[in-house]
Ligand binder design. Structure first.
Ligand code: HEC
Ligand code: HEC
Length: 160
């Protein structure tokens, strides 16, 4: 009996180790806001939604996004060329450095690491559709300190 318990435990450990190893090989966001935040970025990128911490996407995503602001998710979010250069530099400098995948998604919410962190075990599919949440992009609905780069699990409050 004792032997069987030990064996199951070993299997469990092995299973979680394998899952971890697989996850480490994939792209990952760096969910923190840099200590110095560019003022133009706040001015131009926090009007329609919160200022997304730059570490949530790799540099290639930001370069691509900043080159197409006139057609930004069906809205026009254009800035002047000088502002675009300044904001792009800030985003690229603080982009995720833990991104190994060659993908450059325009949505944080489309990335593998986002989906892994928000599996149906963590957030049931019906929850995303609540009027208080509306969109997975609405980080602030659940992560109360998201605009400050705080995604700590102790500060998550899923709204009714
Ligand atoms: C005029 C309004 C507007 C402005 C200004 C704006 N955005 Fe957006 N942004 C949107 C909309 C609308 C979406 C899609 C939101 C959704 O699907 O719920 C979006 C989505 C995003 C997403 C994807 C979020 C996700 O789903 O993972 C990122 C990243 C983003 N914006 C970055 C920026 C940056 C950087 C700037 C500044 C250069 C900016 N936005 C300025 C309206 C705006
Ligand atoms: C419906 C509520 C909800 C929304 C909206 C949401 N999240 Fe989450 N998020 C969660 C839950 C629940 C977890 C899992 C916490 C845990 O592991 O215990 C989580 C985990 C995370 C983690 C991992 C935290 C850690 O310590 O491991 C990050 C990073 C994160 N979310 C970022 C985001 C970003 C960025 C957005 C917006 C683009 C977002 N989330 C939108 C509910 C949400």
């Amino acid at each position: 009996m004792k032997y069987r318990v030990a064996f199951s435990l070993a299997l469990l450990t092995l299973a979680s180790f394998t899952a971890q190893a697989k996850y480490d090989g994939e792209d990952r966001g760096k969910p923190v806001m840099p200590s110095t935040v560019n003022a133009k970025f706040v001015q131009e990128c926090a009007g329609c939604h919160m200022a997304f911490p730059p570490g949530l996407l790799p540099a290639a995503s930001w370069t691509k996004m900043m080159a197409g602001l006139d057609k930004h998710f069906d809205v026009d979010a254009s800035v002047t060329p000088a502002e675009a250069t300044e904001i792009t530099n800030f985003l690229v400098k603080n982009a995720s450095n833990r991104w190994t995948a060659t993908t450059a998604p325009l949505r944080i919410t489309d990335s593998v690491w986002f989906k892994t962190k928000h599996s149906s075990r963590e957030v049931a599919p019906a929850v995303w559709k609540r009027a208080s949440i509306k969109s997975a992009s609405n980080c602030m609905a659940c992560h109360t300190g998201a605009d400050k780069g705080d995604f700590n699990e102790h500060n998550i409050k899923i709204p009714k």
